[in-house]
Design a protein around this ligand. Sequence first.
Ligand SMILES: N[C@@H](CCC(=O)N[C@@H](CS)C(=O)NCC(=O)O)C(=O)O
Length: 216
Amino acid sequence: MTDRLTLYGSFTSSSTYKPMLYLALSGLPFSFRTVNLKNGVQREAPYLSVNRYGQVPALRHRGLTIVQSNVILDYLARTTGHFEGATEQERWTAREWLSWEADAITNVAKVRHFSRFRQVDSAVMEHFRPPAEAALSFVDTALEGRDWLVGNVCTIADIGCWGRMVFMAEGGLDINRWPRLLAWSERIKAMPGFALPYDLIPKKDAELGSTAPLTA
Ligand SMILES: N[C@@H](CCC(=O)N[C@@H](CS)C(=O)NCC(=O)O)C(=O)O
């Protein structure tokens, strides 16, 4: 049983970016295993034995297999202590944000997906754009008078919500429309270890990270 974290993911995936960003900001060493979504590797038996949903990301650690990006963030925060809420209430509130983002910020990812990877009828965009904009407005309002979504420091709530919306410009969603959200993204970008997805997620398998200890 290995103590080294192994993350399966893909270069263009916001769901992959979320745990990748977590690991980069934490300075944790890990192995990256690329899953080529374009070639359909996610639907082949070897990968389906890792993630039954045929999606990235997936995390393997200490004999466990963890899938769904927000469950991975939850696991990493519990296991390593990095970006965990400071109090029990904050820990629950951070997970509440992650559950909400899977319902709401997912629409931002859909707008980007249909803009970048598919030719779809305009009705599809008309369906997804209003809830995507509403989700961004909701985060913008929640950030009024505060630096972070939960408590006084960056938590998995910030990493999960930002990570899912990171490609918003590719969907024609201009972050300048949401000034508090913009300022929050700048705070995240100023953190040591930060990188944008195309600079962070390798196209090939890689051994990454420093020699930081697993526990914060
Ligand atoms: N709820 C999942 C969503 C994962 C997801 O949608 N992954 C996409 C890439 S961002 C994927 O693997 N798509 C490949 C496919 O569906 O064939 C999570 O948060 O992990």
